[in-house]
Design a protein around this ligand. Structure first.
Ligand code: UT7
Length: 329
């Protein structure tokens, strides 16, 4: 019997309508379009403004988009994995809320937390569940309302983040398509450089934690930058070497969208031609676990069956890695 592979058979996405551009940000804090553009590469980001809506709102819209495009029915889904650091609530899982809103009753549904690397971690898990034969139609989400954990008085982090959601449908195939290899790593000693100080079990919410603005992203930018470059560039090169892929063999490189200068470093190291690198950071900023599936959603038309695609990411933890997949349609 030939090996079962896990292949992406559909993509959906959603970004909120509201555009927060560098101009507006410059009226909120001491920053400028020039600084943000040259240091990070972001021009604008989307913000979910509707009251009483969270990450599941955007994830459901992304899934509805996928269902419509692929003709998939909610009742066919048997597994839902949601990569997010900004779930609607601490519990229950965002996955169970999404399942309910989509009318999915008979699926295993749970969240995975690997910060910005969440989508590649979730996709790798989905591949294992499918290769084992246990699940057949899996929704893998990367969805974030980063604005809910962004301190708009902190110019060192506020320009970076945006909101959005992407989702892929993953199914079994006996063709040589889908997730071919995955290399993902963790170095927990990096945790202190990028985290949310309060709201967890060590420092639950209190008046003091709110006053100290500890319910938002804390980041030591330069340290994270250095590790992100080393991690993403290194693992992208490693997964290509391990699988005998040259830069010419790689049809598309989809890097996590945190900083254009980090993306440039990955491009230089891998040697992949710039016009085969998917970049939308200028429009959406860093949507954490959602960057890669949103890139896929926007670029779906460019991909051809059998295309070699390298996904790579770096995030809090630290976590970082790369996935090699062959596009399925
Ligand atoms: O997605 C998860 C992983 N996250 C990342 O990969 C992010 C990695 N880090 C980065 O992308 C960059 O470190 C940042 C974009 C966060 C910061 O860029 P940088 O080039 O490392 O700037 P810096 O922190 O070294 O700051 C340089 C200067 C400082 O001023 P002085 O001390 O030189 O006078 C900052 O105070 O820029 C200043 N600065 C700003 N100026 C205008 C910092 N933020 C701003 C701002 N506008 N928004």
């Amino acid at each position: 019997m030939s090996k079962i592979h896990a292949v992406i058979t559909g993509v959906g996405g959603y970004v909120p309508e509201y555009i927060l551009d560098n101009q507006e940000l410059s009226t909120m804090m001491d920053t400028s379009d020039e600084w943000i553009t040259t240091r990070v590469g972001i021009k604008e980001r989307r913000i979910l403004k509707q009251e009483n809506t969270g990450t599941s709102y955007m994830a459901v819209k992304a899934a509805e988009n996928l269902f419509e495009k692929t003709g998939t029915k909610p009742e066919e889904i048997d597994l839902i994995l949601v990569a997010t650091s900004t779930p609607d609530y601490v519990f229950p899982s965002c996955a169970s809320i999404i399942a309910n809103k989509l009318g999915i009753k008979n699926a295993l549904a749970f969240d995975l937390q690997a910060a910005c690397s969440g989508f590649i971690v979730a996709l790798t898990n989905a591949a294992s569940f499918i290769e084992s034969g246990r699940y057949k139609k899996v929704l893998v989400f990367g969805a974030e309302k980063m604005s809910s954990i962004t301190n708009y008085e902190d110019r060192t982090t506020a320009p970076l983040f945006g909101d959005g959601a992407g989702v892929v449908l993953v199914e079994p195939t006996e063709e040589e398509l889908g997730v071919m290899d995955s290399m993902i790593f963790t170095d927990g000693s990096g945790g202190k450089h990028l985290f949310q100080k309060a709201g967890g079990s060590v420092s639950p919410a209190s008046h003091e934690t709110v006053d100290r603005r500890e319910h938002s992203v804390y980041q030591e930018g330069q340290v994270v930058f250095k590790h992100a470059v080393i991690g993403m560039a290194g693992v992208s090169e490693d997964i290509m070497k391990k699988n005998n892929l040259t830069s010419e063999d790689v049809n598309w490189l989809i890097p996590h969208q945190a900083n254009l200068r980090i993306i440039d470093a990955v491009v230089n190291r891998t040697g992949v031609n710039y016009d085969r690198v998917i970049i939308n950071i200028q429009k959406y900023g860093n949507t954490s676990a959602a960057t890669i599936p949103i890139c896929m959603w926007e670029s779906e038309e460019k991909f051809k069956k059998g295309d070699n695609i390298i996904l790579t990411s770096f995030g809090a933890g630290f976590t970082w890695g790369a996935v090699w997949l062959k596009w399925g349609y």
